[in-house]
Design a protein around this ligand. Structure first.
Ligand code: MG
Length: 396
């Protein structure tokens, strides 16, 4: 179905995604009288169940460790804010950016990456034997799971499973995909969202933008949360050129600034500069590429990017966060317990599917059904289920 109704293309660049020329929805639906297709997608995401669960899902720190740490929900809102801000100045489609940003983490498991790794391992060990012809492949990939949530797992509408989002929103949600899973997706939807993982090319500029906004958001908020938790110090961060540059800059503007306000100001300056850097660099790359349409964008290399200097400085920050925060002994210790919760639950539901709600227990492919059920859990629900079923208190 090609959209023809509401058009808000005013002021959009020729290479921006235009809802009037959407590649449409999997199940044709009449257009909404007052909203564009992408506004409608954004609204569907906000009203879905998986979106509300994001508030109780971990980003880096477990949800119950403190009220002020980022969760998947606040992270998604920050990505949407950064993305929209950049989109407006590049004359890209803000509504599409917002829809993708708010949906991009819907498939995340409880306990952040620890949960995902554990679930992936469980599925790799059990998946092929249990689901030899499961059409959606083996292993667990959170991007693919986000697509599963919006395509299949949400149960809200009378006529179809999922949220029936537009191609462009789904394309942005599927940020990465393994070749094996791309082949399976391509079979179900020839020429669809998995095509580019098999034949090359890029997603829309709005999707590319969400990808980078995601990275900008988590680098900045992980510094903030890291210092808040006491696992990182500003003294330690002095070795990161990117951060140190803005800390000094903050002090030249406000010599008496210290403590949290100094941290916030340094992060704020860093965020602004990264945003301006992306805008300038992307503008130059778009001009140099000569793209005049979304199709031309899809056929070419990625255009939304940092400058080389900013890319390198960001890389150093990421390595610092990996070594000093994500692999901090205290984080690793929590991670170990989280992995155990997930793998214990997986084994238990495989053995006793009746412990899952009926709808999950009756699905055709048990390993995948168990993975879907666990992936949908919030941190605290997974912890409670683990206590209920295994009697072990891993997170007192
Ligand atoms: Mg994210």
């Amino acid at each position: 179905m090609t959209g023809t109704g509401i058009v808000s293309a005013e002021g959009l660049a020729p290479y921006a995604s235009n809802p009037a020329f959407s590649r449409g929805r999997r199940y044709p639906e009449p257009e909404a009288p007052t909203r564009t297709a992408y506004q409608r997608d954004r609204d569907r995401v906000i009203h879905c169940t998986a979106f509300r669960r994001l508030v109780y899902k971990t980003q880096v720190f477990l949800n119950h460790e403190g009220d002020l740490f980022r969760t998947r929900l606040t992270h998604s809102l920050e990505v949407a804010q950064l993305g929209r801000s950049i989109a407006r100045s590049l004359r890209l489609n803000e509504d599409l950016v917002e829809a993708i940003a708010l949906a991009h983490d819907l498939g995340h498991t409880p306990f952040g990456h620890a949960g995902q790794d554990a679930l992936n391992e469980c599925l790799r060990n059990r998946g092929p034997q249990d689901a030899p012809d499961a059409g959606d492949g083996w292993g667990f990939e959170h991007n693919l799971q986000s697509l599963r949530v919006v395509d299949e797992l949400e149960e809200r509408y009378p006529a179809f499973d999922g949220l029936n989002l537009c191609f462009e929103t789904r394309e942005g949600v599927l940020k990465h995909c393994s070749r094996a899973n791309a082949l399976r997706l391509e079979q179900q939807e020839p020429g669809g969202v998995a095509w580019r993982f098999l034949h090359g090319g890029s997603p829309s500029l709005e999707a590319q933008l969400c990808n980078l906004a995601d990275e900008i958001a988590y680098n900045a908020h992980d510094i903030d949360d890291g210092v808040r938790s006491g696992l990182l110090s500003m003294e330690q961060l002095a070795e990161v050129e990117l951060f140190e540059h803005y800390r000094r800059l903050a002090l030249t503007h406000h010599p008496s600034l210290a403590g949290r306000r100094l941290l916030f100001e340094a992060i704020r300056l860093m965020l602004s500069d990264q945003v301006y850097d992306v805008i300038d660099t992307t503008r130059e790359r778009i001009a140099a590429s000569g793209v005049e349409s979304v199709d031309a964008v899809r056929a070419g290399p990625r255009l939304v990017a940092f400058s080389e200097g900013m890319r390198e400085r960001t890389r150093v920050l990421k390595i610092f966060l990996l070594r000093n925060l994500y692999r901090h002994p205290q984080v690793m210790e929590t991670t170990q317990r989280a992995r155990r919760v997930v793998s214990d639950l997986f084994d238990l539901y495989m053995e006793k599917p009746s412990e899952m709600p009926e709808a999950h227990g009756q699905r055709q492919h048990q390993a995948r059904a168990v993975a879907d059920y666990i992936a949908g859990m919030t941190d605290r629900f997974a912890i409670r289920e683990h206590e209920r079923l295994l009697g072990a208190v891993l997170f007192p």
